[in-house]
Write a protein that binds this ligand. Sequence first.
Ligand SMILES: Cc1ncc(COP(=O)(O)O)c(C=O)c1O
Length: 484
Amino acid sequence: MITATTESLIFELSSPGRRGCSLPELDVPETDLPSEMLREDLPFPEVSEVDVVRHYVRLSQLNYAVDVGFYPLGSCTMKYNPKVNDRAAQLPGFAHTHPYQPVSTVQGSLSLMYELQEALRALSGFDAVCLQPSAGAHGEFAGVLLMRAYHQARGDDRRDVILIPDSAHGTNPASTAMCGYATVEVRSDQRGNVDLDDLRAHCDDRVAGMMLTNPNTLGLFEENVLEIADLIHECGALLYGDGANFNAIMGIAKPADLGFDVMHFNLHKTFSTPHGGGGPGSGPVGVSSRLSDYLPGPIVAKNDDLFSLHWPRYSVGRMKAFYGNFGVLVRAYTYIRTLGAQGLREVSEAAVLNANYLRVRLQDVYPLAIDRTCMHEFVLAGPPPGAEGVHTVDIAKRLMDLGHAHPPTVYFPLIVPEAIMIEPTETESKETLDQFVADMVQIAGEAQTTPELLRAAPHHTPVRRLDEVRAARKPVLRYPSEPT
Ligand SMILES: Cc1ncc(COP(=O)(O)O)c(C=O)c1O
């Protein structure tokens, strides 16, 4: 149902003869255009300038973004992105560079990429970093290709399986399948860690590697990570780190020290670029020395004070045209340099503190999926007790009525029925967190006393509850929309 906010679609404002611009008198000879280029009817709306401006401003106000309000979308790290990052990316020396320019004319850009590689190396403890992949999932794909290249180079062709915990993000098995491996699921235990007995039962000479997210998608630090790394290495396999949750451990723990052989960074999340809706992204991969010769290329090398493009000896090839998503690299570099090593550590500390603050304030009202100190996010196990017929989706929709136009992630991770995954990030104030708690507490009360209010929510948004699957699979992109 569409309410008054959007009903004045631009075609409905149309009035014959109304114009949004006035052209000067014709001062050149009038010419006939070929008739095949002309048509009788051109159904453009006839509107004034103010109609157009108001229409588009109104549409822009329907967009929700982290610049508008709280965005606790678990697993996505929707932190506020400082505007200075965008300013840096817009500098003409960066923005107007052409990828075909000779290397000697882009030393500044290459130096930025080199410094970023070095910063990511320092933060992760890895031996080498390649900036090419353009998303987390793309980094995963690169990482699994590296693991495959490593085994192939050793003539170890029997390995055809990648182990993945049941809590993992869906991109992990997808990347595995794209590289021709079968996925074998490993169970989580009662504390939300990988179940070590189940892992042991799966470790054999067919395993090429394991993909592990730490902190995992329950927002919990994998307590047995060192033991997991040992088990995986003992069976001749490699340990892949899904670095999507790096925001929790920057400057505190280095993935290489935890036993990971390769990991992707989600620069657009952890290192602050506006993201969502498919881009832009950047998913550099870091690797230990045994994988560095296989890295995608080119990577940036420094000799004396000159920067050059370098191809690792047995590179798996290019992941993307040219040099990765350069604008995101500039933003990440700016973010890192603005905060410095200590500042980045404080980012992670504040992200973890904010998540634990929310967890503790909500745990008496909503059931926790796992009752443990969390990292930068945590998972609730659905509606409060006594909420008859209310589901997680109803809570999320009701949050929209209370001004949280982008509610938390719901129904992920899949191992928690009715999951609500909350990631406040470090950039939110105590007042914002307290308001969110107050709204969640109000909704818990409503769920018990007036469940129908939740089931019919949202009530105050321009578009009411949609059939989300149909909206995604069969979007209505024409006006007037075809009858359904
Ligand atoms: C745990 C985890 N892994 C991987 C990804 C994939 O990252 P991207 O969306 O950048 O491809 C995500 C994205 O949300 C994630 O949360």
